[in-house]
Design a protein around this ligand. Structure first.
Ligand code: HEM
Length: 172
């Protein structure tokens, strides 16, 4: 049998020399380093936006109605909740959109979407809910508790002219 007739296995054996294996490993390492996935820092989850606690007056709360992709806020007994995760409920076209950007306390307490449940004069005093009965206040506390478990409190509601009220952007 001549050398030319040697079986292919013998050729493979000549390629797989120790020096070739080292060179191949180096080559593979270079390729890996060149094309490995981006640095771990780039894959870290991004932190959620910091929640800033703000003081709102009713007119300052009004724009937070979920329109044009804005967040949806509503107030319950002076606490302002960011209900944006419940946009389906409170956002534009949602069944509870009437509460978006408003003090929802009376409507939730009475289980009503009637227009008179919402404070009409946004420049006036806050709704003190003094005329509501025990049952209604109990219902309201139930909602407040549920919101507290589900949503972030992002501020508090004060009447226009209150000492803690923040000046409007354009007046700053
Ligand atoms: C025909 C009567 C009503 C029906 C069929 C109804 C139906 C529902 C349903 C299916 C949910 C979702 C529950 C969940 O997945 O957590 C819900 C939540 C809610 N409903 Fe109603 N509802 C009705 C009346 C009312 C009324 C009268 C009010 C208050 C004025 C109200 C206020 C709410 C609120 C605040 C939520 C919670 C949304 C959230 O988790 O952020 N609903 N309702």
């Amino acid at each position: 049998m001549s050398v030319a007739d040697a079986p292919p296995a013998a050729e493979v054996a000549t390629i797989a020399t120790p020096i070739n294996l080292v060179l191949f490993s180096l080559f593979a390492l270079i390729i890996y380093l060149r094309f490995r996935p981006s640095t771990p820092a780039a894959t870290l989850p991004t932190a959620p936006p910091a929640t800033v606690f703000r003081v709102f007056t009713p007119p300052q709360l009004l724009p937070f109605d979920g329109q044009s992709n804005r967040p949806v806020y509503l107030a319950v007994r002076g606490k302002i909740f960011d209900v944006s995760p419940g946009r389906n409920f409170y956002g534009p076209g949602g069944p509870y959109a009437n509460f978006a950007g408003r003090d929802a306390s009376r409507g939730l307490a009475c289980g009503s979407f009637d227009a008179e449940m919402l404070t009409e004069d946004l420049q006036g005093p806050l709704d003190r809910l003094e005329d509501l009965g025990q049952e209604e206040m109990e219902a309201l506390r139930g909602w407040e508790e549920r919101f507290g478990e589900k949503y972030l409190v992002v501020g508090k509601l004060v009447p226009v002219g209150h000492a803690e009220a923040e000046p409007d952007e354009e007046k700053k």
